[in-house]
Ligand binder design. Sequence first.
Ligand SMILES: [Zn+2]
Length: 333
Amino acid sequence: MAYDAELYREIEAEYEDIRRQNEVDLAERRERVFKNVPEAFDVDNEIKMLGLKLYKIALSGGNVQQQVKNLRTQQKQLLSKRDALLVENGYATDELSERFLCAKCRDTGAVGTELCDCYKRKLVLKAYERSNLSSQLKNQSFKTFDLSLYSDEQSIDFGISPREHMKGILNTCLGFVNNFGKTDKSLLFWGAPGLGKTFLSTCIAKELIKKGYSVIYETAYQTFSMLEELKFKRTDDYDKLKFKVDKLYTCDLLILDDLGSEFSTQYTNAALFDILNSRLISGKKTVINTNLSVAEFEYKYSERVASRIIGHFLMLHFIGSDIRLEKSVNDLK
Ligand SMILES: [Zn+2]
């Protein structure tokens, strides 16, 4: 699975900036030191000349072993002299050398032919930002999903405790993530507000982004606003908006939050159908969060949308009482 080429372009440009900044920093440091310690300038020059000599000797061929050895000894002495001068004048010994943000790849982003860890971290962080979830992703993950917030008392309506029921939903979500490339089912989370639908969607997003999938999170309200703005060209930056809307169709996972709360029109209904249908045809998966039941769904949108959803989404019913309220009450205790 590969991230968008655009992310790589952005990161390559960042490394170029870092390297340019490193060069500027080095030049400034050297200038400062040489101004304060002129002797260091002479020693540094001698070291440079020796380096040049070594290079020439190596090129000349023949038996150069002894000459190289002598020059190396001289070089070592000069380096010690330079270090001593720096320390005497209150500088670090690497004051005249290149400094890197990542010593492992020397700010190139690669170690041998492999991407450096710092590069991989940048990729994930950028993909987080792209998903619109970067702030939530900081502290929401499967690890912090707390089943104990759900009651373990058996629900009369469902014949199971919310906690036990949610354990099943959690496992389904984990399975969804682990089999993301293989499954063709999307997910629909439905139930009252405050039962963890958005939280679990974020957990899914986080794991998939780490695996290199492109994930976009949008509220239904925001999605429909974008679609209308695009249709009526109510935007200062048409290309940017078009790019964002295209992503709704092409990203590996679209999370459509709070569907049903927005004001829908014939146009938005048609647009919703188009997005869901296009994604289904191209094998892309979607997670929908909604407070609506299937019947309400059919009523609000159209039978066409509802039947598309019933056929291709695994419907997971969130039950229990508002865990956000319970959590805030517990926090007060
Ligand atoms: Zn690195």
